[in-house]
Design a protein around this ligand. Sequence first.
Ligand SMILES: Nc1ncnc2c1ncn2[C@@H]1O[C@H](COP(=O)(O)OP(=O)(O)OP(=O)(O)O)[C@@H](O)[C@H]1O
Ligand SMILES: [Mg+2]
Length: 286
Amino acid sequence: MRDQAANLRYKLQRMNSMKKGKTISVVSGKGGVGKSNVALNFALELIQYKKKVLIFDLDVGMGNIDILLGLQAEQTIVDMFTKQLSIYDIIESGPKGLSYIAAGTGLTNFFALDQTKIDYFFQQYDQLIEVYDYIIFDMGAGITQDSLLFIMASDECFVVTTPEPTSITDAYSMVKHILNNKKNMPIYIIMNRTPSLKDGKKALERFQRVVSQFLGVTIHMMGVLPDDKVVTNAVMRQIPFTLLNDHAMVSKAIRQVTRNYITDTSDANKQDPFTFVQKLKHFIKR
Ligand SMILES: Nc1ncnc2c1ncn2[C@@H]1O[C@H](COP(=O)(O)OP(=O)(O)OP(=O)(O)O)[C@@H](O)[C@H]1O
Ligand SMILES: [Mg+2]
């Protein structure tokens, strides 16, 4: 019979050999700052690095990833619960091999799931972690007590803001709220819709300094995306902006942001050994 230490070693080895995807929540304080566009185009850029990526629209009731893709989802996360489908039944195919789960409508209090539904979600989600390198949650604006659980259980949070003072103050409140709940949550800030890259960089540095000074935490400056009419065109034509115009300023910028991110996080040792589901269970038990 194995002794306890050997058993633990065996379990750890097994855990390390299993593919464990990273779950990233894309959030914002203020609404309409570009979360869905950022999440979608970042997901598409990750695919260029041969990563298997799933974008999960969790803005239930108001989701629009399928609209931004110009696709009509046959099933949504709402159907998974109402029709007792497996998570594989609701995964849809997007461009470049991107997988997505649409948010659907009709379950407006989605996050207030009862225990049976939460258990079902756990069970289903657990399978995805072994299949995808990245699972990206496109969240609604702001935070509720229930959506907080999903954000907290993610491995990382991307906070999207614009340089407008109202957006910055809401982003700051969001960062503070996340850190109050989980001091060591890795937070990446994306400054979107900046008049120029230079202005954006300044705003980003200022934001990082304020968070460091008042919250005592160093957040990652993920990058700057310029205000670019290509985004509006892409939304109107229902084609992700990186696919509509690969050479646009904003497309180049998101490519750079993704490159920074991949280089920054390529150190496999940084990976948290606990899966999304393990962390979600932990937060629910608290
Ligand atoms: N970099 C950009 N340049 C120009 N316009 C932009 C840019 N980013 C976003 N927009 C505009 O902002 C709109 C809202 O973007 P998006 O839907 O991605 O925001 P959101 O944060 O997901 O909104 P919500 O809070 O409603 O989920 C887009 O339709 C587009 O018109
Ligand atoms: Mg959105």
